[in-house]
Design a protein around this ligand. Structure first.
Ligand code: HPA
Length: 282
């Protein structure tokens, strides 16, 4: 399946996937959500939900890893029509960056105005602790800098320009709303810069010291591709990382996927409270 998907995403690919979803639901989502590793539980509260396995959607890159359910949940949360991707796909699974952007493109085609992205991330900032949330204020597109951009290939003019601005990738108003909710609900909300690496291996201590020196606060293997596609198409973005582990800057700690999934259990209730609060304010 991985090998058979084209490298670039065409308007036809997006149309076919969108039409398939329209044949399953009449709901017009306003808010899209992409849930990270171990964080899928956030979708459980979605009311009147239509659930569609991503494996049934034509051209959808399948999530192949534990902690990602691989389904779309379309319904209502806090009165907002939402489109939730429970289980994203990653570059390290073998998909092209443009293919990973299909979720954001389909959301845009369905009318989504706001995308909320979440992920599990390692703390590069030594002040951050596992179990805390981090509001993503900006990102370092490390992979894109080296050429692996989700916008590589023919530009889809009907979505946005060839050279899109990224000066405010994360929406200031949405960030302010998230801060307000965190304060009201007594949730400690760290803030910082997320950097996306290709994975699937975790980082060496030298990788991490380099990332820290470059200005990163948290590191992961996702999110940035979807955010870039969202911004290309004019979608407003809110990003939240769930800190799942301390990054191994000194070489004394081992990082495992199990640890990342375990942290999800602590993170999901906080993340759910935060995101529900933001949805109520929209
Ligand atoms: N590094 C990269 N990706 C991650 C990590 C990490 O430490 N934790 C969760 N995703």
């Amino acid at each position: 399946m991985v090998a058979r998907l084209n490298q670039f995403l065409s308007l036809n690919d997006i149309e076919v996937a969108t039409e398939f979803l329209r044949s399953h639901t009449d709901l017009q989502p306003r808010v899209g959500m992409i849930l990270g590793s171990g964080l899928g539980g956030l979708a459980e509260g979605v009311a009147s939900a239509t659930k569609i396995p991503t494996g049934e959607v034509p051209g959808w890159p399948q999530s192949t890893i534990e902690g990602h359910a691989g389904q779309l949940v379309i319904g209502e949360l806090e009165g907002q029509p939402v489109f939730v991707l429970q289980g994203r796909s990653h570059y390290y699974e073998g998909y092209s960056m443009p293919r990973i952007g299909i979720s954001a493109r389909v959301m845009q085609t369905l009318g989504v105005e706001i995308l909320i992205v979440t992920n599990a991330a390692g703390a590069v900032n030594p002040d951050f602790m596992p179990g805390e949330l981090m509001l993503i204020t900006d990102h370092i597109n490390f992979m894109g800098m080296a050429g692996a951009s989700p916008l590589r290939g023919p530009n889809l003019e009907s979505f946005g320009p060839r050279f899109p601005d990224m000066s405010q990738a994360y929406d200031r108003e949405l960030m302010a709303q998230a801060r307000e909710v965190a304060k009201e609900e007594g949730i400690e909300l760290q803030e910082g810069v997320y950097v996306c690496l290709g994975g699937p291996n975790f980082e060496t201590p030298a990788d991490l010291r380099f990332l820290r020196a470059a200005g990163a606060d948290a590191v992961g293997m996702s999110t940035v591709a979807e955010v870039i596609v969202a911004r290309h198409g004019g979608t407003r973005v809110l990003g939240v990382s769930g800190i799942s582990n301390k990054a191994n800057l000194d070489g004394d700690t081992v990082t495992t996927h199990e640890e990342v999934l375990e942290a999800g259990q602590i993170l999901v209730p906080k993340l759910t409270t935060l995101i529900r609060g933001v949805l109520r304010r929209l």
